[in-house]
Design a binder for this molecule. Structure first.
Ligand code: ADP
Ligand code: ASP
Ligand code: MG
Length: 409
């Protein structure tokens, strides 16, 4: 018998009517003789509501208590889905992360899965039940509730699929697959039939929230066939898999962007060994993740040093940097939290020169100033003023002919 893990996101379980629709989908799969484990998210908006409540109670919420709170969202939907399935005559049983031993490390609000004990799930499947598991949550070795970071239900689903050696992991969501870019920003975005793990990993890490990055990492590592598809309409969706001979090989597969960016600059830094580490050391100690880093060529014995951080950590980084600046004898600290990062991604880029030039030309033609650039083997990222996001995405989409299939850009 084939085994599938289905994951339904917040919009797909946004009310009981939609949960009934999910139940129908699961029942259809069972009629095809498929065993099903279902992972669900909290109802749409619920996790945001809980985060806001927590901040009302405690400005910087205690991470352990935050996880106790956030995990309740998914506990509601697993119970409702099981009830609806039972009501339809389909045997079903719900479990929290802890109940099926999704063991994680103790990094509250961004925990990583270490191990899953599948015994209980297998026993239920053998007894002919649909197993419904809460996404986004686990339990630490000390027995505390943990959560896996925003979008973490994707990772629960993939980790379960890997542990159960499922035939495929199906991520049902509110779009019918992975697109060349977010269809909310570029209506001409095109659904991709397939994308490689490598490209999807870049897209996710550069801001495409359609799949949590850890879910893609996990699927790549354990070779779990992963598919993104719509919970509202029929269709094959997008398969995420390893590169193979028959795949269409465009230079650019997609455009990702991230609005959660902020930029900090230290001006007039003495050009001496050890300066970069003296600037970034205190930032790292405060657990702030630094993304792009640029150090300018020195002039008059001083240099300028710029880096980007997550926008939520902008104020914290700014105050750390102001004290470092004084200690270093640097001239001034500047900051900008109205910036975005736009990236083009494609494995085809590896063997082609000229892609960066085309990207920069396209932006220049639209009068968009590039603030920072970074490249790697299969992506080019630029930092821009926030107001240019839509224009940049749409003009790049057009310049690389992403709206047309089978065009090698
Ligand atoms: P869910 O609640 O089902 O997990 P998410 O909101 O996390 O859904 O992810 C789906 C959303 O991801 C889509 O509605 C879409 O706006 C956004 N998205 C961003 N980039 C892409 C992309 N390249 N392809 C498809 N969707 C994308
Ligand atoms: N409910 C969590 C969130 O909103 C996890 C998820 O939906 O994947 O981030
Ligand atoms: Mg999601």
């Amino acid at each position: 018998m084939t085994l599938y893990v289905h994951k339904y996101g917040g919009t797909s379980v946004g009310n009981v009517e939609r949960i009934r629709h999910v139940a129908d989908n699961v029942i259809k799969a069972r009629r095809r003789d498929e065993s099903v484990v279902v992972v669900v998210s909290a109802m749409s908006g619920e996790t945001n509501r809980l985060v806001a409540l927590a901040k009302e109670a405690q400005p910087t919420p205690d991470p352990r208590e935050m996880d106790v709170l956030l995990s309740t969202g998914e506990q509601v939907t697993i119970a409702l889905l099981s009830m609806v399935l039972q009501e339809r005559g389909c045997p079903a049983c719900s479990y929290t992360g802890g109940q099926v031993s999704i063991v994680t490390d103790a990094a509250h609000t961004k925990a990583r899965i270490l191990d899953i004990d599948t015994q209980r799930i297998r026993a239920d499947l053998e007894a002919g039940k649909v197993v419904v598991v809460a996404g986004f949550q686990g339990i630490s070795e000390a027995g505390d509730i943990t959560t896996l970071g925003r979008g973490g239900s994707d990772t629960t689903a993939v980790a379960l699929a890997a542990a159960l050696k499922a035939d495929e992991c199906l991520i049902y969501t509110d779009v019918d697959g992975v697109y060349t870019t977010d269809p909310r920003v570029e209506p001409k975005a095109r659904r991709l039939d397939r994308i490689t793990f490598e490209e999807m990993l870049e897209m996710s890490s550069l801001g495409s929230k359609v799949l949590q990055i850890r879910a893609v990492e996990f699927a790549g590592k354990y070779n779990v066939p992963l598919r993104v598809l719509s919970s509202f309409q029929e269709g094959a969706g997008t398969l995420i898999s390893y590169e193979d001979e028959n795949m269409e090989k465009p230079l650019i597969s997609g455009i990702a962007f991230n609005r959660d960016e902020a930029k900090l600059t230290v001006l007039g830094v003495p050009d001496l060994p050890g300066v970069a580490s003296r600037i970034l050391g205190p930032v790292a100690e405060a657990n702030v993740e630094v993304d792009m880093i640029v150090q300018n060529v020195a002039e008059d014995g001083t240099t300028n040093f710029t880096f980007t951080v997550n926008r939520g950590e902008y104020q914290k980084s700014l105050s750390i940097l102001r004290s470092t600046c004084a200690a270093l004898g640097a001239r001034e600290v500047l900051g900008d939290d109205a910036i975005v990062k736009v990236s083009i991604v494609g494995v085809g880029m590896r063997s082609h020169a000229g892609i960066a030039a085309k990207m920069f030309e396209t932006l220049a033609r639209e009068g968009i100033n590039i603030l920072m650039i970074s490249t790697s083997e299969i992506k080019i990222s630029v930092v821009l003023k926030e107001k240019y996001l839509e224009l940049a995405v749409r003009s790049l989409h057009e310049a690389f002919h992403l709206d047309r299939p089978n065009v090698s850009n």
